[in-house]
Design a protein around this ligand. Sequence first.
Ligand SMILES: [Cu+2]
Length: 122
Amino acid sequence: MMKPNLGEYTISSTGDILAKKNQPIRIEFSNPDATPHNLVLVQPDSLREVGLAANEMAKDPNAARDGQFIPASKKIITHTKMLKQGETEVLRFKAPRKPGVYPYLCSFPGHWTIMKGNLIVK
Ligand SMILES: [Cu+2]
């Protein structure tokens, strides 16, 4: 399971991450799972587009060997690398300047339908 350790911002009762626009955000992302996972933050309303593009990459032998599964998409704002079991990455970025609902997902093919959430910028 993806279990971001969320240090410097608020998590609502629904599990969403709440941030103010342009607020510095730090996510410490650890993967305790045997399956690789990452965290990819995308533009509003593009969860499905990026998720499906990542699924498509599973059919490409080069992409599969590389194992990162980050589609070439302008909809991606920031992302961690694909973390193997026991690895941790600290992701630092500024919340978008435009208020909105910014989905995040794991782009390992097939994971995005359940491994997802929202960064809500107010
Ligand atoms: Cu995953």
